[in-house]
Design a binder for this molecule. Sequence first.
Ligand SMILES: Nc1nc2c(c(=O)[nH]1)N[C@H]1C(S)=C(S)[C@@H](COP(=O)(O)O)O[C@H]1N2
Ligand SMILES: [Mo]
Length: 210
Amino acid sequence: MGQPESRESPEAEQLELPPGQRLQKGWPVTHYGPVPKFKPDRWEFRVFGATADGDKHCWNHEEFAALPFASVVADLHCVTKFSMPGAEWGGVLTRRLLELAPPAPTVTHVMVWAEYGFSSNMRLADFASERAVFATHQGGELLTAEHGFPLRLVVPHLYAWKGPKWVRGIEYMTADRRGFWEERGYHNIGDPWREQRYSYQEEPGDGPEL
Ligand SMILES: Nc1nc2c(c(=O)[nH]1)N[C@H]1C(S)=C(S)[C@@H](COP(=O)(O)O)O[C@H]1N2
Ligand SMILES: [Mo]
């Protein structure tokens, strides 16, 4: 099987939940490990790895906050089977970052890095989804610490673990490599509409050998 195409869920499907998911009232907090403390003077967002110009690109908190702001309405699907529908996420589109710090033409995958070394990998095409956003806001309010302040990634068409909270940068990769949960039994691609929950469901071509 070849690589499935990146899939933007059509408008109609947004009212439906992916297979096996149930609706969650309210917004639970789900993550592994402690909530990091935000240190504004030490914080920076880094784009590194195979950049087009070979340089690292860094933004401090003030610079990042000044990047063009956009909003996306998207559901959040946790692989533990709850979904939070219709949240409004505000922040910087991944597309914008791809323009500001373009990847080399050989880049196929992106590793998204967060505090404490948490990471998640995805195909460049998934990262470049027009609805993927580095969110600073949810529902018009700044994110709370538990939900990822000052920055989290939201990739609406993938399971929510593919959206690290407390994100600090991205690494452009010329080959795929597994991130934190992808090394620990979760599916390398993680499309909820295909119910790609666990790595044992992977088909040849879905990810690097475990
Ligand atoms: N840094 C980090 N980000 C993370 C996680 C994590 O363990 N660490 N868990 C993910 C998972 S599994 C889910 S479901 C969502 C939950 O986001 P929420 O706590 O804002 O609902 O965060 C994702 N982002
Ligand atoms: Mo999750």
